[in-house]
Design a protein around this ligand. Structure first.
Ligand SMILES: Cc1ncc(COP(=O)(O)O)c(C=O)c1O
Length: 436
C-alpha cells in the first residue's frame, strides 16, 4: 500500500471508529474516555539545543555584544520573516514597550488595542501613562473588529496595536488603511504569530513595528525572549538605544557612553536565549505543517457539530501560525449545558481545553492605574468619566463567555486525536441533558 493510500485508509478507519463511538457514554457519566494519544510534550529539544547552549556557556560570552549569538539570531529571523531589521529583546512585553517608547508614546496619549488579548498588550500602554482605548472584537474571527476602529481614533491616538490573536492575522488591509488615513502608526502584536502570513507576507512586517514573544508556551520558544521587526532605520535605532539603556550602539560594556539621547532600559536578550532560538527555529516549519494539517482537519470535523463554531480566518490570511485553536461553544445546541461543564466533560474525556481570556477592558488593573497619581495628574476628570462608555465591548463580552481553546501542542498530536476531539464533543452533545 503506498503512503497516500495508507494515510487515507487510517483516516477512514479512525473516522469510522469515532463514529462508532458517537453514541458511547461520556466519561463524566462513566463511559470510556476518548483520551488523546499525543504527548503534548513542550518544549521539544534534543542535542541541537544542548550543543548550542553549551557552546555559549563554555565561551563565557553570555551577554549581548560579547558574543555573536544574538546578532546571529536577528539575522536569521530577518531572513525568516523578510523583515529589514530585527531587534532581539528579553521578552515580548519588552519588545512592545521598546516599540511604544520609540514611537514616542507618552503620558496623556491614547493607544488603541483589542480587549481579546494577553494582559501584556495593555500593561505596556499603562506603563507609559497612556490611556488604553479598546476596539470591540469580531466574534467570528476573535480579532479586533476593523469596522469599529475608525470611531475609536481621536487626535490623541498615538498608536494602534492590533493583535494577531492565536496566530491568525487581523484584517490588516482594513486596519492599515484606517491607520494611514489618520496618520497613526501601527504596532502589530504578533507575539503569538510566528510564521503567520497576510497575503503571502509575514505578519509583523506590515506595521511600523511588529513584536514577537518567545516565552515558554510560544511556537518559537527560549523560555523568555522577544523581538521587534521594522523596516524603518531611524525607528530601529531608537528601539535599539531604548532597549540598551540609552546606548546608541547595542554593543556591551565597550560601547560609547556619550550618546544618551533618550531614556532607556536594559531589555537585552542574552546569548543563551538567542542560541536556543536559532536551534528551535530549525523545527518551526515542520511543526507548522503538522499543526496546519491537523487544524484544517479538525475544522472540517467540528464544522459538522451544531453549536461548535471554529474561529473564521480572514480572506487575506495565507498562513495561520496556529498558536491556539479557538472556537465558540453555543450551549443552546447542547441542552444549555454551561461551558464550564462542557470543559469538565472534555477534560474527563482526556481532551484538555480551556475557556481562554476574560474581558481585558473590564480588568480592575485599569482602574488601579487610573487612580494612580501619574494618571490623575495627566488626564482630566471627564476622560475617566467617559472612559467606560467609550470602552464598552459587548461582542467581546459574549465571545469571552463562549470561547473554547486548544493549545498548539494538541495540534502536534496524531491526526486521529482530531477525530477523538470531535468524538468527545459528539458524545457530550448526545448526552447533554444527562450532563446538565
Ligand atoms: C498577544 C501577546 N502579547 C504580548 C505577550 C507578552 O509576551 P511575553 O510573555 O514574552 O512578555 C504575549 C505573551 O504571552 C501575548 O500572547
Amino acid at each position: 500500500m503506498n503512503r497516500r493510500r495508507f494515510l487515507g485508509a487510517t483516516a477512514a478507519l479512525s473516522s469510522a471508529s469515532a463514529l462508532a463511538n458517537t453514541t458511547g457514554k461520556p466519561a463524566l457519566l462513566g463511559g470510556a474516555p476518548v483520551k488523546l494519544e499525543g504527548s503534548r510534550k513542550w518544549p521539544i529539544f534534543d542535542q541541537t539545543e544542548e550543543k548550542a547552549l553549551l557552546e555559549v556557556l563554555r565561551s563565557g560570552q553570555w551577554y549581548r555584544g560579547s558574543g555573536n549569538a544574538v546578532r546571529n539570531f536577528e539575522q536569521k529571523y530577518e531572513q525568516l520573516t523578510g523583515a529589514k531589521y530585527c531587534l532581539a529583546t528579553s521578552s515580548g512585553t519588552s519588545a512592545l514597550l521598546t516599540s511604544l517608547s520609540a514611537m514616542g508614546v507618552t503620558a496623556g496619549d491614547e493607544v488603541i488595542l483589542p480587549p481579546y488579548t494577553f494582559v501584556a498588550t495593555l500593561n505596556v500602554i499603562l506603563e507609559k501613562h497612556a490611556m488604553p482605548i479598546f476596539v470591540d472584537s469580531d466574534p467570528e474571527t476573535f480579532q479586533m473588529n476593523a469596522r469599529k476602529l475608525d470611531a475609536a481614533i481621536t487626535p490623541r491616538t498615538k498608536a494602534i496595536i492590533p493583535v494577531h490573536m492565536a496566530g491568525a492575522p487581523v484584517n490588516l488591509d482594513a486596519i492599515l488603511a484606517t491607520a494611514a488615513r489618520h496618520g497613526v502608526p501601527v504596532l502589530e502584536d504578533a507575539c503569538q504569530a510566528h510564521l503567520g502570513e497576510w497575503r503571502d507576507r509575514k505578519v509583523g512586517t506590515y506595521g511600523l513595528a511588529g513584536c514577537f514573544s518567545f516565552q515558554a508556551s510560544k511556537n518559537l520558544n527560549s523560555g523568555e525572549g522577544g523581538a521587534v521587526l521594522t523596516a524603518d532605520s531611524d525607528f530601529f535605532q531608537r528601539c535599539s538605544a531604548f532597549h540598551n539603556n540609552s546606548h546608541s550602539s547595542h554593543g556591551g560594556a565597550s560601547s560609547a557612553f556619550d550618546l544618551y539621547h533618550a531614556p532607556g532600559l536594559n531589555l537585552r536578550m542574552t546569548e543563551f536565549q538567542a542560541a536556543l532560538l536559532v536551534a528551535q527555529m530549525t523545527r518551526l516549519e515542520e511543526q507548522y505543517k503538522i499543526r496546519e494539517s491537523n487544524a484544517r482537519y479538525l475544522t472540517s470535523l467540528l464544522k459538522e457539530i451544531p453549536g461548535i463554531i471554529p474561529a473564521r480566518l480572514h480572506d487575506g490570511c495565507t498562513r495561520n501560525a496556529w498558536h491556539l485553536y479557538m472556537l465558540r461553544y453555543d450551549k443552546s445546541k447542547f441542552a444549555n449545558l454551561p461551558r464550564a461543564r462542557f470543559l469538565k466533560a472534555l477534560a474527563a474525556e482526556g481532551v484538555p481545553a480551556s475557556s481562554g481570556y476574560t474581558p481585558l477592558n473590564k480588568a480592575s488593573l485599569i482602574q488601579t492605574a487610573f487612580a494612580s497619581r501619574g494618571f490623575q495628574r495627566v488626564f482630566a476628570e471627564a476622560d475617566f468619566k467617559n472612559w467606560a462608555a467609550r470602552n464598552h465591548c459587548p461582542d467581546n463580552d459574549q465571545l469571552c463567555e463562549d470561547a473554547v481553546w486548544f493549545t498548539q501542542t494538541v495540534l502536534l498530536g496524531p491526526r486521529a486525536d482530531m477525530d477523538r476531539i470531535a468524538e468527545a464533543m459528539r458524545k457530550i452533545q448526545n448526552h447533554a441533558h444527562a450532563l446538565a
